[in-house]
Each structure stands twice: as C-alpha cells, then as structure tokens.
Design a protein around this ligand. Structure first.
Ligand SMILES: [Zn+2]
Length: 601
C-alpha cells in the first residue's frame, strides 16, 4: 500500500463505519435474509442484484460485478481515491487521521472540491445574514414568502456584489483560485491574469447530492441581470444528468408517500416543502435523463411531473417522459394554469389545492392525448393520423404487452377510428410496427443486461483455485490449512494467484484472523476487490469444507504437474533438436523425479 496511514487507523475507521449505514445514505436498502438488497447504483436494472452484507461488511452487485468494502463503495460512487474515501469516513466517524500532505498528492481532488463547496455554502449563508445581504433576505422572506427555517433548511445564501469576496475568503483557508475555477466558483479573466467570483449579487441555492454533500450552486439574479438563474457548470463532482435538486431532503418523504413529484426550478421544490409537501425534487430545467431515472427508481416507481402548461419545451418534456415509461416507471402529469409554476401556485392557491392536483394527476397517456387533441383537430382528415403518429412512441415504450394493447384499443376508440376505417386498432398496430422497424434496438434478451453469474467453464485448475479461494474467504479459520500445503505461485490463474498471495501474506500467524475488509484494502484494485466480494457473497457449492479443501489442493497440484510435464517434454524435444545432450539428460532426470514424486505422495 502506498499511503502512509498506519493500518491500525484504517482498521479503526473501517470498524466505526458500518457499511449498511454508509450505503443507506445513498440508496434505500431492503432486508433480504441476513443481507440487504437494492437496485444497483452502478448499472441500470429493474430487479435488485446489489447486495450488502452487514456480517462481512462488503457489498457486491451480481449484475455488473462491482463489489468491495465500505471504502470501495465511496471510491466508486463519489469518484474518490482511497485516501479521500478514508478521510471522508474518518471525519464522519470521529477518527482523527495523521496530518497528510493533502489528498491532492494522492491524485484525487474531489474531496477537496467537496470541502471547498462546503466552505462556500457557509460563506454565502453568512453573507445573507450580513448588512449587505439584507436586501436578499428581504426578497426571500417577503417576496417569496419563505420562513427563516426554510431558508436554513435549504442552506440558502447570498453572493455579494464584490468581484472577489469568495476568492479572498477561501484563499485564507488555503484554496487556490484555480481550484475555485475547477469547482465552478470562479472564472479566469479574459484579458490576462487573475480570477473573479462567478456568482455576484445573487441569491444562492446550494445543490446537494443525495447524502447532503454540496455539488454545485444556482444563483438567482437580484438586480435583473441576465441570466435570471445561473448554475454551476459541470465539474468533476457535479453531473447535472445524474442529480436532482432537493433529493437529499425529499428522499424520506418519497419513501413514505410512495411517489415523487418532479418540478422544474429551485423554488418549485422549496415552496411546497415549506407547506409540508416534502416529496418534491427539481430537474433544474434539464430534460430527464436515464441518470435521473436511475436515481428516482431507488425510491419508487411512481412519478408525478408538474409543469407549467405553456412551457415552451413541452414536447421535449414529453419525450423525457417516454424515457420514464420505458424504464417501467408509472408516470402521471399535472399541468398548472398558464404562467403558473408550483412556487406561484402554492403561494396563490395554497398547499391543499396543490396536494389535490398531485393526487388527481392524469396518466401520461391521457395527458398527452388531451394535449395533442388541443393541437390537432380530431374531426379533420389529417388530425387523427397526426395524433396517432405522436402517441405511438409513448405507447411503444410500455413494456407490458397487455398494457400496450389496452392503449392501442383506447386510442382507436378515442379517435373514433372505427367510423372511418374498418379496423382502427389494426391500423395503429401496423403503424407501430413501422415505427419500430428502422430503429431496431439491440437489447439482449429484451431485459436488463443479465450477467453470466460465473465465468464459463474454467480451464485446467482455475475452477479448483476459485473454489479454494472462496472457502478461504468464507471460512477464515481454514486459511492456515491451505497455506501449509500450497504456495501462492501454485495458483496458475494470475488473478487468483494475486489473491492467494495477499491472503497468505495477511495470515501471518495461526492465531491472527484474516479480515475481508483488510484483504480488500490491501489489494487496492477495483477488479480484484469485486472478485473477493463476489466469492464471499456467493454460496459455496461444498458442504464438507475440509474435504473440499483437500480435493481442490489435489486438483491444483495435479494440474500443476501436468503442465510441468508438458513443459519438460517440450524442452527435451527442443534440446534434442539442438543436440544438447547434457541438457537433455538433466531434463529427463527432472521428468523422472516428477513421476516418482507423484507416486510417492
Ligand atoms: Zn450493478
């Protein structure tokens, strides 16, 4: 291991950071036997194959083959280095780490960006309470009707008119202007040297991730300067297509209510939340992506979209909804009166009316059909054809065949096609098939990418090597037995040999147990860590482990000898060809010894 943190401290942090607790901050875990399961955050799936073991303190996804311990999870989920993940968990669990030169030296900068953003939030908050922020505070309290509590809950702040107050403040704490630029908080001057604050004279809305870490910021103008809302750019930690505003505060409510309400802007999420409607998140104006869908799916399948009915991009919005349907989500839509967004609506009509609107939301099919019916004349000649054409992509996304057929039937009925053509349903079906032909998507099996659980039949002794490692990882007390009879170099599969080497190395003395977490930390390798957690989580095929060990060891030794014999034969033939008599004799002797040894054992 390349870091200078003593193993005992790493162990201490790991002991205090329960993997179930840590992962629960990111996704809801459901009990499954003695483990917990969830929809995997690392690949798209509809049935959970992501498992967490509280007993072993590891996780593993049988779908995309990722796995490891609590550090591996954070490293993968937050794109952190090992040291950064260690530092993050040390902070959370109250373990103080020895002074480090800074995680940047470790090649990672993401933790530093999180720390900077955190500092910026506190600075913006203090500015809101200062003399200079009085106008901004008044705007929030009086203009927007927010309470002080709500302002605190969403950590709202104010960026002053100064060109460099944030740069100066964070500079005092050792943050360079260039890291502020990387965080999207500062911009470099066009005409040469120096930097200036990106957000000036704006209300600040910090954007949190699902665990409450600050990813970026939104700033609303106070002096009418365009743009009205300015957001952080994409950074190493802020990915717009994988984050929804307000989810950190809304997630509990979403689970409780069984549905999530998706709105567009910051205040559209904040104002209803102040009124007690907490299951609201904002897409911040971007069209929904598969990243958003994956995030929402963790909490449930029911989504209610709320839109201002005269939103310019309503059609684009509708396309985003098809994506939700395709992922098996149940989508409903609320359209508000023209010119009203949820923020205005709740302030004007009250939270109860808004709540009722959500409860009475229309299914996507009806919503879209009604919308299209206001645009195309159903009674004209072309109208129904246009409507059908625009409805088909949505209908096509429903995965359930019966549901799909039901919608086709309803569309034919609604448009009263029967009166015009002999069979409306058949016609729609034909159109649907036409739609599909050019865009034949390749989806193996038509389902989630299903993994091959265990690699195909393994050559030579690889299967025995794998089974033996599994036993050692699952039954720690048997490691000593194996270590007495085999060396790591006896494992011929390179990956398994590396694992055996680490396990044997960590088994320094008979009484010292080998912990899985320790093996994973020692490996410092994503793929090998995943292999370890998979082996631990899978059921071993053997009942009698002691006998299995013996069988596996014999098999490995036998295969080793076979290959050694093959190698010797090859070398003897070569030496004979070159006329190297002495060498031939030596090799033959070696071959003889191999045979004797085999009989003798
Ligand atoms: Zn996965």
């Amino acid at each position: 291991m390349s870091n200078r943190i003593p193993d005992s401290i790493i162990q201490e942090v790991q002991n205090r950071s329960d993997i179930v607790e840590v992962i629960s901050q990111y996704l809801p875990l459901k009990p499954a036997g003695k483990n917990f399961k969830a929809l995997c955050p690392f690949h798209q799936e509809k049935t959970p194959s992501f498992m967490v073991s509280p007993e072993r303190q590891i996780f593993n996804c049988f779908g995309c083959q990722v796995g490891g311990n609590v550090f591996s999870f954070l490293m993968k989920h937050e794109s952190l280095t090992f040291l950064e993940a260690l530092k993050m968990l040390a902070d959370q669990s109250g373990v103080s780490l020895p002074e480090m030169t800074g995680p940047e030296g470790d090649g990672g900068k993401n933790l530093r960006l999180f720390e900077l953003n955190e500092l910026a939030v506190r600075f913006f908050q203090s500015c809101l309470k200062s003399q200079e922020g009085a106008k901004a505070l008044r705007y929030l309290l009086e203009g927007r009707g927010l309470s002080k509590e709500t302002i605190g809950r969403f950590s709202l702040g104010y960026a002053s008119t100064s060109w460099d107050s944030l740069l100066r403040e964070t500079g005092k704490r050792g943050f360079s202007p260039s890291i502020l630029e990387e965080a999207g908080l500062a911009l470099s001057r066009k005409d040469g040297e120096g930097f200036y604050d990106r957000f000036r004279n704006r209300i600040i809305f910090p954007i949190f991730n699902v665990t409450g870490k600050v990813l970026g910021f939104g700033g609303r103008t106070l002096d009418g300067k365009d743009p009205k809302y300015m957001n952080s750019p994409e950074t190493a930690i802020y990915h717009k297509s994988a984050n929804l505003y307000g989810l950190n505060l809304a997630k509990e409510h979403i689970l409780r209510e069984g549905k999530v309400v998706v709105v567009e802007g910051y205040l559209d999420a904040i104002t209803p939340a102040q009124g007690g409607i907490g299951n609201v998140v904002a897409s911040l104006g971007t069209a929904l992506t598969s990243g958003h869908v994956r995030l929402l799916r963790r909490y449930g399948q029911d989504v209610v979209m709320v839109y201002d009915s005269d939103t310019a991009g309503v059609e684009a919005t509708l396309r985003g909804l098809d994506l939700l349907v395709e992922e098996g989500m149940h989508v409903k839509v609320v359209s508000l009166p023209p010119g009203q967004d949820p923020d205005v609506f709740v302030r004007r009509e009250g939270k109860e009316v808004f709540r009722r609107k959500i409860e009475e939301a229309e299914g996507l099919f009806d919503y879209k059909l009604n919308l299209l019916s206001t645009r195309y004349n159903r009674d004209s000649v072309e109208g129904p054809a246009e409507i059908v054409k625009r409805m088909l992509p949505t209908i096509d996304k429903f995965q359930n065949a019966i549901e799909k057929k039901g919608y086709i039937k309803r569309l034919a009925e609604e448009l009263d096609l029967r009166g015009r053509i002999t069979s409306g349903e058949e016609w729609i079906l034909t159109e649907l098939q036409k739609l599909r032909r050019p865009a034949l998507r390749i989806r193996p099996g038509g389902k989630d990418r299903t993994p091959s659980p265990i690699p195909s039949p393994e050559a030579g002794s690889a299967r025995a090597e794998r089974d033996l490692l599994q036993i050692m990882l699952q039954e720690e007390e048997l490691v000593g037995e194996v270590k007495k009879k085999l060396r790591a170099s006896d494992f011929r599969d390179e990956k398994y040999s590396q694992l055996a080497k680490v396990i044997f190395h960590l088994k320094k003395e008979e009484s010292k147990p080998v912990r899985i977490g320790e093996v994973i930390n020692y490996l410092q390798d994503e793929e090998l860590s995943a292999t370890v957690s998979r082996l631990v989580m899978e059921q071993s095929p053997y009942q009698d482990k002691t006998k299995a060990i013996e069988d596996c060891i014999n098999r490995i030794k036998e295969e080793g000898k076979k290959s050694k014999k093959r190698e010797l034969t090859e070398r003897i033939r070569e030496a004979e060809g070159q006329g190297q008599k002495d060498l031939v004799k030596n090799l033959q002797l070696e071959y003889q010894q191999l045979l004797v040894k085999k009989r003798g054992e």
